[in-house]
Design a binder for this molecule. Structure first.
Ligand code: SAM
Ligand code: SF4
Length: 455
């Protein structure tokens, strides 16, 4: 249905509530949706009860994502009904990858939903909202026009604080056989260098001193400069590092096949680039890597690790693993455990394989039984947790520059990030340290954090 233009001048003050599921890219999209609606009189609220518009920004990567969305929609529906009694409207939007994957099915199961919008079309949200205000119903927009999306989104994102996330690349052409991203986020697209630069500059003018560059395969970034030259990811980082007030640069998530030598070397030469890399391997078995269509072997991954350590000895590595991929045998799983024992990651995410509708692996007839997946996940997570604790304990006595970005749960506690992406907390500092990078001596290494004191 054709949506009309919304009138900025006459819209009264309203509130938008966005509930975000999934990754940092979704969090970034949620902020952008709030920013998009702001000129139309929509302020942001943290409470669904205050909202005139509720957006569920969904994730479809694992498990019963669609079911979770429908059950949350049940709650939102009650709110909409109680609003009706007060003669007020509540606009309900399903955004993100569940919207993209389910499409019209959402209206069949939840007819009270007003708008379904995919991750590549949410820049049209204001027009869709205007159309709902005119009495139209059940609007859906699922186009994949990345260039248009980034051109239409406001460059200036709302302040994200001392540490900001900026999306530089979206979508994926790699088609790992377990993954929905190529279907829900579309083809790989990199934003032009100038756009990213301007957004980072804006974030730093709002007080950010750390940025995390985001992308489904962020190190596969291949943007253009204003004069049309190809810009690879290492060059993008080098350009951004020139921004004086920017002190720390991070990026996620990366793919091993895009981990080129320029980027590896940059970890040794660019001091603003933090010594931490999240590089998912998924499995330690070459047979599984092939079945997953990952495009690299275990040996190639190990070679990248060697090169990285040569470039930056203290780099901390994290990874993602999937256990119970169709056809995974005890030997394949032993290969995964072997690489985990060998590399001793600083931290890791691990998941049971979750069949995603529409992906090649979901219809394989050699699915691994749930009890075996559970067993393997437990064994893997025990090892990962042990290594993380050992890594954290190995930091005791070291002095690290910590960027303090939030208050802790306990009285007088503040929390920050070490260069190696660990949470570090201190208690009762003499002065306010939030927003600053301060040298901290590590006193204690715990399962998922460090305790320290200001030097
Ligand atoms: N592009 C990144 C890469 O290729 O390494 C990963 C991005 S994906 C959004 C994040 C993680 O979710 C993956 O690394 C994988 O471990 C996990 N994942 C994706 N699909 C999955 C599935 N069907 N079942 C279980 N885990 C899955
Ligand atoms: Fe999904 Fe990452 Fe594979 Fe792309 S490279 S299909 S995002 S797991």
């Amino acid at each position: 249905m054709q949506a009309n233009k919304i009138d900025t001048a006459t819209t009264p003050d309203k509130k938008i509530f966005v509930k975000t599921y999934g990754c940092q890219m979704n969090m970034y999209d949620s902020i952008k949706m709030q920013d998009l609606m702001s000129p139309y009189g929509y302020g942001t609220t943290d409470s669904m009860d205050d909202a005139d518009m509720v957006v569920l920004n969904t994730c479809h990567i694992r498990e019963k994502a669609a079911e979770k969305t429908y059950s949350e929609l049940g709650r939102v529906r009650q709110l909409k009904e109680s609003r009706k009694k007060e003669k007020r409207n509540l606009i309900i939007v399903v955004a993100g990858c569940v919207g993209q994957a389910e499409g019209d099915e959402i209206f069949s199961r939840a007819p009270f939903v007003d708008i379904v919008v995919g991750p590549q079309s949410y820049h049209n949200l204001p027009n869709l909202v205007a159309s709902i205000a005119e009495g139209n119903k059940n609007l859906i927009e699922l186009d994949f026009i990345e260039e248009e999306k980034f051109d239409k989104l406001p460059i200036n994102t709302s302040p994200q604080g001392i540490s900001a996330c900026i999306s530089v690349q979206e979508g994926c052409d790699k088609f790992c056989t377990f993954c929905v991203v190529p279907y829900t986020r579309g083809a790989e697209f990199s934003r032009p260098l100038e756009h990213v630069y301007r957004e980072v500059l804006n974030a730093t003018s709002q007080g950010a001193i750390e940025i995390t560059l985001l992308g489904q395969n962020v190190n596969g970034y291949h943007g253009k400069s204003v004069d049309g030259n190809d810009i690879k990811f290492a060059l993008l980082i080098e350009s951004l590092a020139e921004i004086k007030s920017l002190q720390r640069i991070r990026y996620m998530t990366s793919h091993p096949i895009d981990m080129d030598d320029d980027l590896i070397k940059l970890h040794g030469t660019e001091q603003k680039l933090m010594p931490f890399l999240h590089l998912p391997i998924q499995s330690g078995s070459n047979r599984m890597l092939k079945a997953m269509n990952r495009g690299h072997t275990r040996e190639e991954y190990l070679e990248i690790m060697d090169k990285l350590r040569l470039a930056r000895e203290d780099i901390a590595i994290s990874s993602d693993f999937i256990v119970g991929f169709p056809g995974e045998t005890d030997e394949d799983f032993a290969d995964t455990m072997n690489i985990v024992q060998h590399l001793k990651f600083a931290q890791c995410y691990s998941f049971k394989y979750s069949p995603r509708p529409g992906t090649p692996a979901a219809t394989k007839d050699n699915q691994v039984p749930e009890n075996i997946k559970n067993e393997r996940l437990k064994i893997l997570q025990d090892a990962i947790n042990k290594h993380q604790l050992e890594y954290n304990i190995s930091c005791v006595g070291k002095i690290m520059p910590v960027l303090f970005d939030r208050e802790g749960k306990h009285q007088g506690q503040i929390i920050g990030k070490s260069p190696y992406m660990q949470s570090v907390h201190i208690t009762n500092p003499d002065e306010t340290l939030l927003g600053k990078i301060i040298d901290v001596r590590i006193k204690e290494g715990r399962a998922s954090s460090l305790a320290g004191e200001v030097v």
